[in-house]
Write a protein of this length. Structure first.
Length: 217
C-alpha cells in the first residue's frame, strides 16, 4: 500500500487527526505520522491546524493569529523541500495551503471574516479555473465547499498558480504546475469524503503510481 507522511502539531486533537487518516485509507493510502523524512514514503499531506508563524513571511503576529508552532513549521518545511526536490506528490489542506504558499515566498492575510464555519457542510461556492488540475479532478468550474479558516493566501508564492477563488476573492486552491502533483485547497475535503471531495484523495493516490516506480525528472 502507498504510504503518506502525515505530520501534525503536538497539540492537534485526536478527533481531527482521525479524519485525515480515514480519508487517506479510504483512497488506498496508509498514513505515517511522526516522520522526520520522506524516506520510504510515497506522498506528503500537509494538514490543517494552527496558524503559520508570520515571521516566516516577514510579518509581525497580529492579535488574531495563534501563537506560532515553530517546531511544526520547521518539520513541514523540511519535508516539503524533500518532496519538491524528489517530485513526491503533495496535497495541502487549509493550513497546508497557507504553509505551501509561505514556504514558496508568499504571504498571508492574518484574518479574514466569514470563512470560519466549522459546523457547516456547505458554506460558499468556489470558481475553479478551466484547464487546472483541480478542474480536471472535480470536473466542474463551480463547486460548493465547507470553510473552517480565518487566514488566507495573500501574495502568491513563486511558481504557484491560484486555481480557485471564493466569491469574495479569497484564494481557495493553489497548484504548482511544474511538478507531478502539488495541489492545495483551502477547504477541508477530509470531512466530506462521502461526496465528490473524495476525488481529491483519489487523484493524490493515482499521482503516486505503483510502489517502486521512480518519479519523473
Amino acid at each position: 500500500m502507498l504510504r503518506v507522511a502525515l505530520p501534525f502539531g503536538v497539540g492537534t486533537p485526536e478527533e481531527k487527526r482521525g479524519s485525515y487518516r480515514n480519508a487517506l485509507r479510504q483512497a488506498g493510502m496508509e498514513p505515517v505520522e511522526n516522520v522526520t523524512s520522506l524516506a520510504g514514503l510515497d506522498g506528503l499531506l500537509l494538514a490543517g491546524g494552527t496558524d503559520v508563524d508570520p515571521g516566516l513571511y516577514g510579518a509581525a503576529r497580529e492579535d488574531a493569529s495563534d501563537q506560532p508552532d515553530r517546531a511544526r513549521d520547521a518539520l513541514e518545511g523540511a519535508l516539503l523541500d524533500e518532496a519538491l526536490d524528489r517530485n513526491v506528490p503533495v496535497l495541502g489542506i487549509c493550513r497546508g495551503l497557507q504553509f505551501l504558499n509561505v514556504h514558496l515566498g508568499g504571504t498571508l492575510a492574518q484574518h479574514v471574516d466569514g470563512h470560519k464555519c466549522p459546523k457547516q457542510r456547505e458554506v460558499h461556492r468556489v470558481a475553479i479555473a478551466p484547464g487546472s488540475r483541480l478542474h480536471a479532478i472535480l470536473e466542474t468550474p463551480d463547486y460548493v465547499v465547507n470553510s473552517r479558516h480565518h487566514q488566507c493566501a495573500q501574495r502568491v508564492g513563486e511558481g504557484l498558480v491560484a486555481t480557485a477563488t471564493a466569491p469574495d476573492g479569497v484564494i481557495e486552491a493553489l497548484e504548482l504546475p511544474n511538478k507531478r502533483f502539488v495541489l492545495a485547497v483551502q477547504w477541508h475535503p477530509e470531512a466530506r469524503t462521502d461526496g465528490d471531495d473524495a476525488r481529491l484523495f483519489e487523484a493524490f493516490q493515482r499521482a503516486m503510481g505503483a510502489p517502486g516506480v521512480p518519479y519523473p525528472s
